[in-house]
Design a binder for this molecule. Structure first.
Ligand code: FES
Ligand code: FES
Length: 153
């Protein structure tokens, strides 16, 4: 079955099993390896990307669900790393090993697209499913606030 995807602004037609996880389509078929495989069970958030602006866990999302839709991965968040979250992440040196960070940023980006000035509670609720084994949570929260222009409490 042919699946048509618009990934980071580019149209692709993929001849793949429609049940293939979107994560494999993005990483293995399209070669966009910024999105990571962590648990494969929708438990860690490392694979978080957007379909039509909504965060999905690409490891458990069949590629057919994205047919005809716009997919955004970390590579497409901005052309040059200039998204406010990417700049804040750099300024605050958020990553440690980095493995979870694409998923963290994509989850935060969907939050800020809906809630440009999120409360602490909204940040915690949105980010709660994104696990960081290195424990960078404090810097993640600070960077989201910096990108949103809301002050640290
Ligand atoms: S790899 Fe998808 S949620 Fe962990
Ligand atoms: S920075 Fe290492 S898992 Fe998050």
């Amino acid at each position: 079955m042919s699946i048509r995807l618009r990934v980071n602004g580019t149209e692709h037609t993929l001849d793949v099993d429609p049940e293939m996880p979107l994560l494999w389509a993005v990483r293995d078929v399209l070669g966009l390896t910024g999105t990571k495989y962590g648990c494969g069970q929708a438990l860690c958030g490392a694979c978080s990307i957007h379909i039509d602006g909504e965060v999905v866990r690409a490891c458990v999302t069949p590629v057919r669900r994205a047919d005809g839709k716009a997919v955004t991965t970390i590579e497409g968040l901005s052309a040059d790393g200039s998204h406010p979250l990417q700049k804040a992440w750099l300024e605050l040196s958020v990553p440690q090993c980095g493995f979870c960070q694409a998923g963290q940023i994509m989850t935060a980006a969907a939050l800020l697209a809906k809630r440009p000035k999120p409360t602490e509670q909204e940040i915690d609720e949105s980010m709660g499913g994104n696990i960081c084994r290195c424990g960078t949570y404090i810097r993640i929260r600070a960077a989201i606030k910096k990108a949103a222009g809301v002050s640290e409490e």
